[in-house]
Design a protein around this ligand. Structure first.
Ligand code: FCB
Length: 481
């Protein structure tokens, strides 16, 4: 994909201004923050199981306590209000509200999200609920998980049940968070739960996540007021060829197919891309896609959520050569890229975060403007963006994180430029509100605006949080101090 032209940078004297009503948010997800994994009837999710499997998560860390958001949500909402946030994106834990993944809801689980939504509303903060941020009830994985069609059907039932319970308070809904990770890291490379390494299972999972999304959109619309907004959040890959060669440009096409268009195609255009089917034909004939699925998946959306962290640089390795695998997805010996065995992944040039991810805000501009070109008029939200750094705590108890502030500033400037170039961007959610359980990296990587001292659970807004608060309050992108 060529890098699109950009509009001129605003001058230093006039901070870029975002429109009134732009959502200034921060995001978290249930398993990463809630803890309380065995309370009020919650059953294990695939992440509880994965964390207990030796060697899967950094130093055997788990989300058992996480940052205790389940008990401390009032304090956390107060912090959000102090930071001037106007929206909070959280996820609902499926095994907390429907412990066996089927059948009736668990009232205490739903009550937690009712209290959370009420607390947010009483502080003037818009709740944005994600139904699935990777914590499949273990019972459903034991029955086959996302590679099986039944899981998509269960997901729609769960969506109806949560929509019905919370629809009077929550007006913004997201079906899935990053189905690419669920399918390809969960069932392909196995670095995420449930840790399977089967390329066909990964493709089947991708389809059933798409189907689950479509069925859930209908299920939500069936129970929510007409004013409710429904979306999905994708981690789209901002792709660059390593060199301008035809082979490297073909690498971009392939990874665009299995990384981006495997979702964008069915969700927004009503079909899987022909080249994806061809690239994976040696693995599967895709006969798990049934007649009518295209329509079931292709439902009207009120916005598309874009999660972006870093660009992806790809090449095609010479015949017989081992391709580079610096794709930022936590290693593992199996590939998360079915049908793309000869594709090499390279770190983009420049400064890196503690994840080893290159800092390059032009990738965000590229995604937002490319999406606008491809789907004119589609409202967009940046539903995740942020960076992990090794933060420095001062003796006075403050936490100074100038790199994070610079990262957020550069990426918000890219959002503003994309809007000036025609993208309809309605909001921005920093990942994350606070330090938390970073999946296979455990508590080793800190993405928070708010520092959490894990042993005491003390919350301390970092300098980046103070800066972000100033931006959110004024709607103006002030330069970092
Ligand atoms: C995204 C996930 C989120 C968090 C960030 C760093 O892929 O959606 O939960 O782990 O990465």
């Amino acid at each position: 994909m060529p890098v699109p032209p950009t509009s001129p940078l605003p001058t230093a004297t006039t901070p870029p201004r975002f429109p009134a009503g732009f959502l200034w948010g921060a995001a978290t997800s249930a398993y990463q923050v809630e803890g309380a994994v065995a309370e009020d009837g919650r059953t294990p999710s695939i992440w509880d199981t994965f964390c207990r499997t030796p060697g899967k998560v950094f130093q055997g860390h788990t989300g058992e306590i996480a940052v205790d958001h389940y008990h401390r949500f009032r304090e956390d909402v107060r912090l959000m209000a102090e930071l001037g946030l106007t929206a909070y994106r959280f996820s609902v834990s499926w095994p907390r509200v429907q412990p066996t993944g089927r059948g009736p809801a668990a009232k205490p689980g739903l009550d937690f999200y009712r209290r959370l939504a009420d607390e947010l509303l009483s502080h003037g903060i818009t709740p944005v609920a994600t139904l699935y941020h990777w914590d499949l009830p273990q019972e459903l994985e034991s029955a086959g998980g996302w590679p099986e069609r039944a899981t998509a059907e269960r997901f729609a039932e769960y969506a109806a049940l949560v929509g019905e319970a919370l629809g009077d308070r929550v007006g913004h809904w997201t079906t899935l968070n990053e189905p690419w990770c669920s399918a390809f890291l969960g069932y392909g490379s196995g670095v995420h739960a449930p840790g399977r390494t089967d390329p066909v299972a990964a493709l089947r999972a991708a389809h059933h996540l798409n189907l689950g999304h479509g069925l859930a959109v209908d299920a939500l619309r069936g129970v929510l007021p007409a004013s409710a907004k429904v979306s999905v959040s994708l981690n789209l890959h901002a792709l660059r060829p390593l060199t301008p060669s035809a082979a490297d440009r073909d690498a971009v096409r392939r990874i665009d197919a299995v990384g981006n268009r495997v979702f964008l195609g069915p969700l927004l255009e009503g079909a899987y891309p022909e080249d994806l089917l061809a690239d994976t034909a040696h693995l599967t004939d895709w006969s798990f896609v049934r007649t009518g699925d295209a329509t079931r998946i292709h439902r009207a959306l009120d916005w598309l959520g874009v999660n972006y962290y870093t660009p992806t640089v790809v090449s095609t390795a010479a015949e017989g050569a081992a391709p580079a695998r610096e794709d930022g997805h936590g290693g593992g010996t199996a590939s998360p890229w079915p049908g793309a065995d000869r594709i090499g992944f390279h770190a983009a040039p420049g400064e890196r975060t503690a994840m080893g991810w290159a800092v390059d805000a032009t990738g965000l501009h590229q995604l937002l403007t490319d999406l606008t070109d491809r789907y004119p008029g589609l409202p967009l939200i940046v539903s995740e963006n942020g960076a992990a750094y090794v933060d420095r705590g001062g003796e006075d108890g403050t936490v100074d994180d100038p790199e994070r502030t610079a990262y957020l500033h550069a990426h918000l400037a890219a959002v503003h430029r994309a809007a000036a170039d025609g993208a309809d961007v309605r909001g921005y959610f920093a990942w994350s509100l606070m330090d938390n359980f970073e999946w296979a990296y455990g508590y080793d990587k800190r993405f928070g605006l708010v520092h959490v001292d894990f042993p005491t659970q003390t919350r301390t807004p970092k300098a980046s949080a103070r800066w972000y608060a100033r931006v959110a309050r004024s709607g103006e992108l002030h330069p970092p101090a």
